[in-house]
Design a protein around this ligand. Structure first.
Ligand code: AP5
Length: 215
């Protein structure tokens, strides 16, 4: 089963992709995570991406399409994948259509998590992850059972993303409305677009997604 999870910054794509990965044995492919790994490695791609990500803009379609194309053929994607953060422009959506056709693959579900713009800054500025294992938390909505200790690995160091500040979030939200809204129209036209209420509590969103992908 191959899925596309869409939604604005902070909609819960990463949170839910990790749960879908665990529940359905399919692999999360997050272009944001891939780019952050490139930035951390100091690669040329990372250097180019860093400047764009810090301003909340979108990295060039060429770089993203090349990066993603290599991933969907990986052995660990045989059971399926969840595209998280891709496609984000009409060009990326058209390139994905071509890529899938060439590889004889298809997308089974395209699901948009709908969230009010007003909730987004609060969600993003409260987000942090365990430095050791990457488990995600939130100051208000998803706290570890014991303050300062990761539920999953016991780690005590946490990281906040460089682009998770109010100013950059507003730019990311604008990029979403300007450049990613046409992608939703692209999948609506194909009749494969589904919506899930991303304003519901995290566990309820997971239930709704599990129901949507089981149909
Ligand atoms: P990316 O990493 O993809 O960021 P994003 O799309 O802005 O999405 P986020 O990761 O911020 O949010 P999310 O929806 O995953 O929310 P999360 O689950 O963490 O991209 C970063 C940058 O990389 C882009 O700005 C761009 O520059 C570049 N880039 C990436 N892909 C690209 C592409 N294809 N083309 C060009 N450039 C690209 O949840 C957020 C917080 O809210 C968490 O703390 C969570 O605990 C909490 N939360 C989640 N769900 C709920 C809920 N239901 N109720 C309450 N709290 C919740």
């Amino acid at each position: 089963m191959n899925l596309i999870l869409m939604g604005p910054p902070g909609a819960g794509k990463g949170t839910q992709a990790k749960r879908l990965e665990a529940n359905h044995g399919i692999v999360q492919l997050s272009t944001g995570d891939m780019l952050r790994a490139e930035v951390a490695s100091g690669s040329e791609l990372g250097r180019q991406a860093k400047k764009v990500m810090e301003t909340g803009g979108l990295v060039s379609d060429e770089l993203i399409i090349a990066m993603l194309s290599a991933c969907i053929e990986r052995d660990d994607c045989r059971n399926g994948f969840i595209l998280d953060g891709f496609p984000r422009t009409s060009r990326q959506a058209e390139a994905l259509d071509r890529m899938l056709k060439e590889k004889g693959m298809k997308i089974d579900h395209v699901i948009e998590l709908t969230v009010d713009d007003g909730a987004i800054v609060r969600r993003i500025t409260g987000r942090y992850t365990c430095t050791k294992c990457g488990t995600g938390y939130h100051d208000e909505f998803q706290k570890p059972a014991k303050a300062g200790v990761c539920d999953k690995c016991g780690g005590r160091e946490f990281t906040r993303r460089a682009d998770d500040n109010a100013e950059t979030v507003r730019a990311r939200l604008k990029a979403y409305h300007d450049q990613t809204a046409p992608v939703i129209a692209h999948y609506r036209k194909k009749g494969v677009m589904e919506s899930v209420d991303g304003m519901a509590a995290i566990d309820d969103v997971t239930l709704a997604l599990n129901a949507a992908v089981s149909l």
